[in-house]
Structures are given as structure tokens and as C-alpha cells.
Design a protein around this ligand. Structure first.
Ligand SMILES: Nc1ncnc2c1ncn2[C@@H]1O[C@H](COP(=O)(O)OP(=O)(O)OP(=O)(O)O)[C@@H](O)[C@H]1O
Length: 844
């Protein structure tokens, strides 16, 4: 068995601590027969044993033991609190003194990093039983550190000896997932940028939320919320595997006033980091998204290992490639030596994880060689002399005040436009909106509330905090939009167009003439006193803007009413202003005036943000209204088109009805004419005159052949006639003869006869029909006496018989007796075909 090792402790003394923590084998691992290959020995030494391969010949296959010495080493039995006590707790005094501290846990997946940093799932229950009193069984380093920091702050505050000494704390929580930085406290899905301040040697994250907290409980609440947004997923190696690196940043501030009346701020940051674990794809069986996550985790951990290697090689700080990953970029200031550093290497003792655990130990061993030289307390002192500061504050305050006035008036103008006083924006109104848009864009889409300026403040957040003031100035001078009131423009004025616009055009009656909106929505200049007092000084008492904020418009959007501005944000602007006015009261002590001015600047900035938001909302509402108007116009046009189409259609239908009516009239005339002809023919026949022309017969719908008895064969058989030629002409249908009967009632010739015929006995039916035919055609019954006419009568009855299914001879008896008498010229009862000769009958 070969023994190798590196039994040296960290070279950085108190500034850096490298510890190793070994977790116990899990039940699952024990059940699957895995054995421990690691041992924590005395003197903070960890030994890792590589088993000899069965039948090993090569040196690499031989068993070996490696021993490494660390600043701290914890075996599986060491409880959470002891781990904390021997690591992070040591650095709490440094934090309270203003040092930056970074603590991170490193190791393979499932080695116990989250357990070490956060604690176990039972942490909440345990905390409820009083972790603060020493019952800290399952709390990890993060909650324990928070408790101690808050306890330390409380004590410091209680023992405060410095004038106006105040302690405060805020936290931010982020994750690095797949090389993207996400805010866990205000999750938005946005990939936040890493920002570096080389001068101050600080690396921060742009746009990261910082939440102030009064107690560790509050921070733990925030953490719990953040953890619900963190990416974790079950893998083969760990049921709750972290898929991202999580960074909790605690920012602690101590403020006091020094003997020269200057405010001094001391700020320290504590980074508590739970890294995701390195993993081998072969062991974890991860696929797809998990595999990609694993690759990104490994890449960033490799970048971290490379940086540590480079830093451990002595004077090669510049060789460390921090930008190889987001994680190393974020940790740059911690690794470079700006921070006190604690690295906890977690190992899983299972022999199955030998390679991973050994790598972790080698990595931690190398980290010991990093040179850490954290900067001592970083004091940020306001070094500006008071008169200069006061002047500066006044200027800023006035700029804000003027800008706010202008914004108030623009809000008013927009409200009027929105309330319908001016449904279409005039050109200069559009200028206002355009100007506002530029302003909002120049603010990066959002106006931030500035904190009091601190010229020597070197952290990026604090520098950013001064931005709104500078921005306001540069914006106003850069703005190139044409003035609304060109007469009042002062060309070349440093104040720029936004302020030029409210220059006065004259004062009225000695009163302060407030800037107002002209009827055409341009902004009318007010009294110069808005900017200057009689004595030439400027101040908030000059501002008297009477805006009724209770009349803020509600915009209907998507069916629901939306208030464009939160009233609570702005309702007490005037109160702020009156309080802030004390900043100009020369009789007050300097500190009070400074405080008042600061608070005024902040309030002004806050109300400016509210108004900018409001204006943006108004703009959006206006856009929505215009879109809605456009939609309504299109809908109206469409409806108009449809109405016109309907009208066209109606006209066509009317014309068609007219045509049909004319046709019907013409058809009625034709029928009348045909009936007259037929009547004439039948009259002739009944009178015994010879009907010479077949066309005469046809004209009344009687086919001559059908009446030609010579063509009738089997007339006496009584069966259906098959040899009777069927008229090739379709008998005209619906051509019913309508005429008055004797009583003047309209009678439908053929049909009526048929109906009647169906009613009585067969014989009398024939007679009746015959009579009715006669009557229908207005013949005198006397004309029927002659024997010759019996033939015609027989014909008529025969036709009737066919039409009404008279049965052969029996039904046509009378006709036969009187001559022709072959009523069965009809088709018999089977023949119902209206197109047969029977149908031709008298129907025509
Ligand atoms: N010291 C310990 N004592 C008891 N159980 C532990 C200890 N360390 C870790 N565990 C348990 O081991 C399992 C894995 O631990 P943990 O989730 O902390 O691993 P991890 O290193 O954070 O893994 P990953 O990188 O995948 O997130 C958990 O069930 C945890 O409770």
C-alpha cells in the first residue's frame, strides 16, 4: 500500500479556511454493499483508500492511501452546529468589522453540500423548537450565520458609541443555472448581467433585488421563497439534486457621523454559496435536460478549479480566467483576495465514489495554497465639505422639483386628452408624448429611486444610485425636441428643452402665475417665481401646482378597469414638500437641513418615478384607445359593406318577384285564352258540329287518337290498356280552368268534377260528371237530347271514367248504351298515370 499525501495546513491564517466534511453512508448505499473508503483521522487529516484491483499487476491498479491535511476535517458523526462553529462562525466578528466573507461548499453530487449550507428538511421544525438557544441540530451554515450576524448587529447597535450610528442589513439571492443568472427573490426569467467595478474591486449583478430585513426569520422567509424558485431535480445520485449554483448575498451597513459632520458608511458583504455538485454522466444516468445541466455544472466547476489552480500558483492572479464561467466571474473578488474565504469540501465516503471524493480532496488541498489578503475595513466617507454639499443638494432638489412640476403638468395635459377634452392629440401634444417617451427610454425603461448621493461611494450599486440626478440633467440638456411654446425658449440654455418649455410668458396681477396647459395643449409659461424667489433664491415654496390627483383616469382595458396610478404613491407629495422645505431653513441645524434635503431629493425622485410610470401608462392607454378606435372603424366599414350587399340583394329579389308576377299574369291570360278555345271546341262538339282540325282538339288537351275507337283493341276485356298511344305531350299541369258556376262561385273545372265523381255511386257519378261538364262549360242540357250527341257524351264520360278509374263497361254503361259508351277507354282502376290519355281527359 502506497502512502501519499500533503499534510500542510492553509497558509492564509485567519483569512482563509479549507475544511472537509465527510457524510455518513446512506441506508441505500449500505444495502447495496458499498463500503467507506475515507477516514477522518486526528490532526485534521483525511485519508482516502483506493482498493487493490483483484489480480492487479500494474502500479495504477495497486491499492493506495492518500492523506491530506486541512484546516478542519469533519467525520460523519460531527453535527451541523459543530461544523458551523469551527468554520463560518469564526468569521462573524470579521463581518461585523466590515470584512467581506465568502463561504462555499464544493463536492460531487450527493456529497452533502446543501445539507451543510442550508440544513436538512427538518430544519423548520427544529428551528421552531429554538435553534437560537443552542438547539441547532439540523440548521445549516446559512441560517446559523444569519442568526449570529443579526445577534451581533443587535449587540453593536446596543453598544453604539458613534454619533448617529445605525446598522442595517439587506439580502439578495440568485442562482446560476445553465450559465444564466436569475434573481430568486424577484424571479423574472431575465438573465442578469455581471457588472464589475474595477476601481472598487467589486463584482456585482445588475438589476438584482436587494431586500432589507430586520431579523434572521425574515431572511429565512426570503430564502424559503427563493428556494421554491431554485432549480432542483431528482437524479439517480440525489433525490433533491441542486441543478444550479445558489448565491445568498448579505449586505451589512454601519453608518455614523464623524467628528467633522460627515457621514461614514462601512459596508461588508457575506456570500454564502451552495454550489451544484460535479457529476459523471455514466454514474448519474442523466439524459436530455439533466445531462445538459450536468455539463454546464461541470464546466463552471472546472473553471472554478482552474482559477483556484492559477491563484494557488502564487503570483499569477492575472492568469486566472474568471470570465470562463458566470460562477467564477461572480466569485472573482472573493477569489482574488478581497474576501475572507471558507471552502468546505464535501465528500461521499462510498468506495463507489472514490474518484469523485479523491478529486474533491485534491482540489481542496490545492485551494489551501491560494493567497488571500482581504482588504481591511472599507470605509466610505462623504468627503465633501458641508457648504458645497448643501449647494449641491439644493441644486439637485430644484432640478427634481422643476422636473416634477413639468411632469405634473404633462400628466394633467394627458389626463385632459384622455378624458376626452381632446380626443385627437394635436401636434404639440404628440411632441409632449414623444418627449416623454424619450425620457422614459433614457431611463432605461424604468426610473429608479435614487439613494442619497455619496461621491466617494465606490460600490456599483451606490454609484448607480446617483445616476438619476445626472441622468435628469443630461437628459434635459440632450433633449432636442422642439419647444411647445417657442416664444419662451431660451436657446442655448443649459437647462434644455424640458425646462425651457415652462419658462414664463408673463405674470398676472402679481400673483404667482402657474404654468398651465393652453387650449391647444401646449404648455403655457408660468411666473419665473417657479424658479426664483424675489430675492433670487430658489426653493420648493415657489412650487404651487394644483393637481387634483383624485381625478386620475381609470382606463378600461380588456373589460376590467385599470387605475393608471397608485394613489398612495403620490397623494402625499405636498406633505413631502413641506417637510423638505425645512432643508432651506437657514435657522435649522445643518444636519437637520441636510437630512431634510436628502429626504426631499428622494421623495422627489420617487414621485418622479410614479409620474413617469403614470405617463407611460397613459401613453399605453392612448395607444390602446387608438387601436380600439381603428378596430371600431374597420368594424363599422364592414357593417356598411354588408348593409349595401343586403340592399342589392333585396333589389334583385324585388325585380325577380315583379318578373314572376308578370309571368303569372301572362300565364293566367294564356290559360283563359286556351279555356275559351277549348270551350269553343267542346261547344262545337256538343252542338254536333264536326271538329275538323286535330289542332282544335289538341288545343283543349284532347288527343284525337285517344278518342279514335278504331285504335282501341280489347276494349271489352276490362284489363288495363297497353296499346292506347300515350300522348307524347306532357299534359299541362296546374292549368285548371277557373270559372264561375251558376251561383257565381269559382269552379275548378276538371278537378271539381273528379272530386264529385269520387263521391256518389258509380253510375250516378258518371251522370253527375257529365252534367257538371255541361254545366261547367255552360251548355244547355237540352242540347244533349240528340242521339248524335250521345257519342260525344260517351267520349266525355269515357275520359272521365279513365281519369276517375271507372271500371270498364259497367262504369261506362250509359255511354255504351248511348253510342260510344266505351267508358273503359279509360285506363281502368289500375291506371292512375296522370300522363296517360286518361290523364289528358278533362284536366287540360
Ligand atoms: N452530514 C450528513 N448527515 C446526514 N445526512 C447527510 C449528511 N450530508 C448529506 N446528507 C444527506 O445526503 C443526501 C444528499 O445531500 P445533499 O442534497 O446535501 O447533497 P448535495 O451535495 O447538495 O447534492 P447536489 O449537488 O446533487 O445538490 C441528502 O439526503 C442529505 O440529507
Amino acid at each position: 500500500m502506497v502512502l501519499r499525501g500533503n499534510r500542510t495546513a492553509s497558509i492564509n491564517g485567519d483569512n482563509m479556511l479549507v475544511a472537509v466534511r465527510m457524510r455518513p453512508l446512506s441506508m441505500k448505499e449500505l444495502q447495496s454493499g458499498q463500503r467507506s473508503c475515507c477516514e477522518v483521522m486526528g490532526d485534521k487529516i483525511v485519508a482516502i483508500t483506493k482498493a487493490k484491483k483483484p489480480g492487479a499487476v500494474l502500479k495504477s491498479e495497486m491499492g493506495s492511501v492518500n492523506e491530506y491535511q486541512f484546516d478542519e476535517a469533519f467525520d460523519a458523526n460531527v453535527p451541523q452546529y459543530e461544523v458551523y462553529q469551527r468554520t463560518a462562525k469564526r468569521l462573524i466578528p470579521s463581518v461585523l468589522e466590515g470584512f467581506n466573507v465568502t463561504v462555499f461548499a464544493y463536492g460531487a453530487t450527493g456529497a452533502g453540500k446543501t445539507h451543510t449550507m442550508m440544513g436538512s428538511e427538518r430544519m423548520d421544525a427544529e428551528r421552531a423548537t429554538g435553534a437560537e438557544n443552542g438547539n441547532t441540530g439540523v440548521c445549516g451554515i446559512i441560517p446559523l450565520t444569519l442568526m449570529d450576524i443579526f445577534a451581533g448587529m443587535k449587540q453593536k447597535q446596543a453598544e453604539a458609541t458613534l454619533p448617529e450610528e445605525k446598522w442595517s442589513l439587506s439580502v439578495s439571492y440568485l442562482e446560476v443555472y445553465n450559465e444564466k443568472i436569475r434573481d430568486l427573490l424577484e424571479p423574472s426569467g431575465i438573465n442578469l448581467p455581471v457588472q464589475e467595478d474595477p476601481k472598487a474591486g467589486i463584482v456585482g449583478v445588475g438589476g438584482l433585488a436587494a431586500k432589507s430585513a430586520e431579523s434572521s426569520e425574515q431572511v429565512m422567509e426570503l430564502l424559503r421563497f427563493g428556494n421554491t424558485n431554485r432549480r432542483t431535480h431528482a437524479t439517480d445520485a440525489n433525490a433533491t439534486s441542486s441543478r444550479s449554483h445558489a448565491v445568498l448575498q448579505i449586505i451589512m451597513k454601519q453608518r455614523w457621523n464623524n467628528s467633522k459632520g460627515r457621514e461614514v458608511t462601512r459596508e461588508s458583504r457575506v456570500n454564502l454559496i451552495d454550489l451544484a455538485g460535479s457529476e459523471r454522466a455514466g454514474k448519474t444516468n442523466n439524459r436530455g435536460k439533466r445531462l445538459q445541466e450536468g455539463a454546464n455544472i461541470n464546466r463552471s466547476l472546472l473553471a472554478l478549479a482552474n482559477c483556484i489552480n492559477a491563484l494557488a500558483q502564487g503570483n499569477t492572479r492575472k492568469n486566472a480566467k474568471y470570465r470562463d464561467s458566470k460562477l467564477t466571474h461572480l466569485l472573482k473578488s472573493s477569489l482574488e483576495g478581497q474576501c475572507k474565504l471558507i471552502i468546505i469540501a464535501n465528500i461521499n465516503p462510498s468506495d463507489d465514489m472514490f474518484e469523485d471524493s479523491h478529486n474533491t480532496l485534491k482540489y481542496a488541498n490545492r485551494a489551501k495554497c491560494m493567497k488571500i489578503d482581504p482588504k481591511v475595513v472599507r470605509l466610505r466617507e462623504r468627503d465633501m465639505a458641508w457648504p458645497e454639499r448643501e449647494k449641491n443638494m439644493k441644486r439637485q432638489s430644484n432640478e427634481q422639483s422643476k422636473e416634477n412640476d413639468l411632469l405634473k403638468k404633462q400628466v394633467e395635459a394627458l389626463q385632459q386628452m384622455l378624458n376626452g377634452n381632446c380626443p385627437v392629440l394635436p401636434n404639440n401634444g404628440l411632441d409632449v408624448l414623444e418627449n416623454l417617451k424619450m425620457q422614459v427610454q433614457a431611463d432605461g425603461g424604468e426610473a429608479r429611486v435614487p439613494s442619497p448621493p455619496s461621491p466617494t461611494h465606490s460600490c456599483p450599486g451606490a454609484r448607480g444610485a446617483r445616476k438619476p440626478f445626472r441622468r435628469a440633467k443630461s437628459l434635459s440638456s440632450a433633449s432636442s425636441v422642439a419647444s411647445l411654446d417657442s416664444g419662451s425658449v431660451k436657446k442655448g440654455s443649459k437647462r434644455g428643452s424640458l425646462f425651457k418649455r415652462v419658462r414664463r410668458s408673463g405674470s398676472v396681477g402679481g400673483e404667482k402665475n402657474l404654468t398651465a396647459i393652453n387650449e391647444d395643449h401646449s404648455i403655457k409659461g408660468g411666473d419665473d417665481s417657479i424658479f426664483r424667489d424675489d430675492d433670487g433664491a430658489t426653493g420648493p415654496d415657489d412650487v404651487e401646482v394644483d393637481v387634483d390627483y383624485t381625478r386620475l383616469p381609470h382606463i378600461k382595458k380588456n373589460g376590467s378597469e385599470k387605475n393608471l396610478m397608485d394613489m398612495s404613491d403620490i397623494s402625499d407629495i405636498s406633505a413631502h414638500e413641506s417637510v423638505a422645505a425645512s432643508g432651506f431653513d437657514e435657522n435649522l441645524p445643518v444636519d437637520d437641513r441636510l437630512g431634510a434635503l436628502e429626504s426631499r431629493v428622494m421623495d422627489m425622485a420617487a414621485s418622479r418615478k410614479v409620474m413617469l410610470d403614470f405617463i407611460t401608462n397613459l401613453q399605453a392607454a392612448k395607444d390602446d384607445a387608438e387601436t380600439e378606435r381603428e378596430r371600431a372603424r374597420r368594424r363599422a366599414e364592414k357593417a356598411e359593406r354588408e348593409i349595401l350587399e343586403q340592399r342589392d340583394l333585396l333589389e334583385k329579389l324585388k325585380a325577380q318577384v315583379e318578373l314572376e308576377r308578370a309571368n303569372a299574369v301572362q300565364a293566367a291570360r294564356d290559360r283563359e285564352f286556351a279555356d275559351m278555345q277549348r270551350k269553343a271546341v267542346l261547344g262545337k262538339s256538343l252542338a254536333g258540329e264536326v271538329v275538323e282540325s286535330s289542332s282544335e282538339m289538341e288545343s283543349v288537351g284532347v288527343v284525337p287518337e285517344a278518342l279514335d275507337l278504331s285504335t282501341i283493341s280489347g276494349a271489352s276485356s276490362g284489363g288495363p290498356r297497353t296499346d292506347v298511344p300515350v300522348s307524347s305531350r306532357t299534359p299541362p299541369r296546374n292549368r285548371e280552368k277557373v270559372q264561375d258556376d251558376k251561383r257565381g262561385r269559382p269552379v275548378t273545372g276538371g278537378r271539381r268534377i273528379i272530386r264529385r265523381a269520387r263521391g256518389g255511386s258509380e253510375e250516378s257519378k258518371g251522370e253527375e260528371d257529365y252534367r257538371e261538364v255541361r254545366e261547367a262549360f255552360g251548355e244547355e242540357s237540352g242540347n244533349m237530347k240528340s242521339e248524335e250527341n250521345d257519342g260525344i257524351r260517351g267520349k266525355v264520360l269515357g275520359v272521365l271514367g279513365g281519369r276517375n278509374n271507372y271500371r270498364g263497361e259497367e262504369k261506362g254503361k250509359k255511354g255504351k248504351m248511348r253510342g260510344f259508351g266505351h267508358a273503359k277507354v279509360g285506363m281502368g282502376e289500375e291506371n292512375d298515370n296522370p300522363f296517360s290519355i286518361a290523364g289528358v281527359g278533362l284536366r287540360g
